[in-house]
Design a protein around this ligand. Structure first.
Ligand code: SF4
Ligand code: SF4
Length: 361
């Protein structure tokens, strides 16, 4: 297949789903760890199509949703400091902190700007030499290279008014935390496509080798996702546990070493807090000594009060895959995309938003 239409062809989808449902394997629980997969599964009704053989559940796949409440509170407080321009991707604007969100802070007078890339934030710093630009660095392995590049660019230009609040997250350590949790019985992982373009397949091998959980890296179209489901079920049927690539048109086993090198030039691997998973060892990125000047945490004296999660919100359990969005009492009633309570309903890639948007009667 060469064109995107072929990966969306309803007949190909139906044939694959039928082939899956005919497989001689007991029903398995498969988790996707990518927000775009979550969207694709909801949008094309894939969960229902393969329900006879697979229970598709969502994991911590959306970088916005997994950002810890404390980190959102930190950024909200920093945005209120005098002289600050707070720069962020648009999908963070309505994510609730303990007491407000960035949209509300902007309405109250904070200078919050939506940028489309970290390079835009550097440009803001260049144009506003008497202000401090703080960029909210949220994202997985996919986003981190562009953020690292922005830091190198600011350094090359000797910009002293650009910093990043690094809330980046790394996927393999989160998988480790998930497979180690006794509450979750996942039989296979549908692994993220974009993240794997950077990482390749090797960093996931421990999941298959040490935990005996099959993994397949998938693309984002419905045929891609169903191919991954079929490959996972085939591994389960054969009692194999391997990392396979169903997205060969974009992912190489070694990933993109140059992108990883840029990240390594600026950041060290550090422990990080995740919504739902708590503190996960080695799952974040902090500035290395040579680039500490660009670390917003070090530059600004900000210490928000202890974080408070929204009352009744069960995003943490949704992100761990132990609760389906509809099982949250607030789903679709008190919590909707128009008036969201938790981040999983705010972010376009959030499990609750995807489920709500494409809910089938
Ligand atoms: S960054 Fe890419 S891989 Fe990660 S959640 Fe978003 S779409 Fe999926
Ligand atoms: S329905 Fe709303 S409150 Fe409940 S888990 Fe989802 S986002 Fe959180």
């Amino acid at each position: 297949m060469k064109y995107v239409d072929e990966y969306r062809d309803p007949r190909a989808v139906r044939e694959l789903a039928d082939a899956i449902n005919r497989m001689d394997v007991s029903r398995s629980c498969l988790m996707e760890v990518c927000g775009t997969h979550t969207m694709s599964i909801a949008r094309y009704g894939l969960r229902e199509l393969v329900a006879a053989r697979a229970a598709l559940i969502s994991g911590p796949g959306c970088p916005v949703c997994v950002t810890a409440q404390e980190d959102i509170d930190w950024f909200l407080e920093a945005a209120r400091l005098p002289g600050i321009i707070a720069a962020t991707f648009g999908d963070m604007m309505r994510v609730p902190g303990s007491h407000s969100n960035l949209e509300q802070e902007r309405a109250r007078g904070a200078d919050v700007r939506v940028v489309y890339s970290p390079a835009d934030a550097v440009e803001l710093a260049r144009r506003n030499p008497d202000r401090q630009v703080v960029f909210f660095g949220v994202g997985f392995e996919t986003t981190a290279p562009a953020v690292a590049m922005s830091v190198l660019e600011a350094k090359a230009d000797s910009l002293a008014n650009y910093t990043v609040f690094s809330a980046h997250k790394l996927i393999p350590p989160a998988l480790k935390a998930l497979v180690a949790a006794p509450e979750l019985a996942v039989n296979g992982f549908i692994l993220p496509g974009h993240v794997s373009v950077i990482l390749g397949s090797k960093p996931y091998e421990f999941v298959a080798r040490e935990h005996r959980v099959p993994c397949v890296i998938a693309g984002f179209e419905p045929v891609d996702v169903l191919q991954a489901v079929r490959m996972l079920l085939a591994q389960i049927a054969d009692e194999r546990a391997e990392v396979e690539i169903a997205y060969g048109r974009a992912v190489m086993p070694d990933g993109n070493p140059r992108a990883r090198a840029v990240v390594g030039e600026v950041f060290d691997v550090a422990d990080a807090r995740w919504r739902g998973l708590g503190e996960v060892a080695g799952s974040g990125l902090s500035f290395n000594v040579a680039h500490r000047d660009f670390d917003a945490r070090a530059r600004f004296d900000v210490s928000p009060p202890p974080a408070v999660e929204p009352a009744g919100c069960r995003c943490g359990e949704v992100l761990r895959g132990v609760l389906a969005p509809e099982q949250c009492a607030l789903f679709g009633e008190r919590c909707t995309p128009r008036d969201p309570v938790g981040p999983c309903m705010v972010s376009s890639e959030g499990s609750c938003a995807a489920r709500h948007r494409y809910a089938r009667a």
